[in-house]
Design a binder for this molecule. Sequence first.
Ligand code: FAD
Length: 483
Amino acid sequence: GGADIECDMLVLGAGPGGYSAAFRAADLGMKTVIVERYATLGGVCLNVGCIPSKALLHVAAVMDEVSHFESLGISYGKPAVDLDKLRAHKSKVVGKLTGGLAAMAKMRKVTVVRGLGSFMDANHLEVEETSGTAQEKTGKKQTIKFKYCIIAAGSQAVHLPFMPADPRVVDSTGALELGGNPKRMLILGGGIIGLEMGTVYSTLGARLDVVEMLDGLMQGADRDLVRVWQKMNTPRFDNIMLKTKTVGAQATKDGILVSFEGEQAPKEPQLYDLVLQAVGRSPNGKKIGAEKAGVAVSDRGFIPVDIQMRTNVPHIFAIGDIVGQPMLAHKAVHEAHVAAEVACGDMTGDAELKSAAFNARVIPSVAYTDPEVAWVGLTEDQAKAEGIAIKKGHFPWTASGRAIANTRDEGFTKLLFDAKTHRILGGGIVGTHAGDMIGEVALAIEMGADEIDIGKTIHPHPTLGESIGMAAEIAHGTCTDVP
Ligand code: FAD
């Protein structure tokens, strides 16, 4: 039968991967359609992820900062929190960005189709229209015929099977709704998302517990970075339970009663006003009818791709959270551009586009906690495990004029260099604005910079960014500013 819409490029999902792919494809001249079940573009990141969480974290960081101003001679009253206004602020931030995306799609003549997409075969997608915020199906169906496709259907929060269905048990999406003012909150999973949301709730007045199966919080980051965060944040927590897991939970009148098992498990079940499940995200690969298009999906729901983001079906690509770790927006965007370019190269025969590939050496990670923890490339733990000989430059912020002026000198910057070639292999920063600074370290790695390149680059004074130059000089043995 005939299709309702025909296009060169169909993009399934409008998260950072999807909209970036659609925009690049359209800019390259492909007739592009993007299918999204949500009412707005932007996916998890803009609607219920990166952006709303940062809007709230900003407010929390400012509240925490002014709370110690009294010792600087400035005093304010006790903070009064109006959750409705705070929620409205968060929605405004999100709305500005999603509205901007809609305008950009229009400008590029990208057709946005609202609904739930499912493959019919390797060149057709069926879309069941959805409406409202609850994604109700309207019963209307459309068929889209495509030459090329980029799957960017993302991921969702994992829910533990024994957690009761109760408004006091939430995932990150529920937590971002700021439904109430919990006194005691349990964070399941000591990863970035859980600790970020915990920071917000704790600043708003909750006491925190966190339970993590592994032997430390914020896995992936070097322990020396995490230690600085933990020292400052320990006062937020009643219990940090490592090598421990949740084994049961029960909704009661007084709260959610949770029982634990493991090395640091409390003997008695504990009662919480809010339980946040932040135990990971699972890819949506099994929910899009991929098998009808012949696209291979792993047992866990990931779609395997090559470095050009091609699936096993050569004209169908996949990007973002659905192709694997790390599940980060900046990775999705980078992959999106590769996939759109390769597809356009296939269509037009343009050799340069056709040879695009994911060649990034490193993908930075940031926990937007207070202080922030950011790292990129090789970590010290990895260097040790893999027997890589490194030279380290460690610059403590107690020697940074700016950090001291900011009253925030608890952090440090460290860079790791190849002991033989002196080229930079990785770096980590803990402190305020660490996330804004780590990009320079990523650039240095991509450029193959060595200690001298970084150390001799003039950084503005007094900035936190100077610490990157200093750390390089320390590694090189030419820093005279640190005792
Ligand atoms: P998604 O953003 O998941 O988008 C997929 C889209 O596809 C969704 O809009 C979905 O509705 C749509 N879709 C799925 N199936 C269908 C279908 N069948 N039909 C139609 N539409 C469909 N990353 C960072 O880099 N920095 C951060 O600070 C950060 N903070 C985060 C905070 C939280 C609370 C969470 C949950 C995540 C955070 N992330 C962060 C991760 C980031 O949000 C994801 O890595 C990113 O959104 C992945 O983009 P994506 O395009 O692959 O998929």
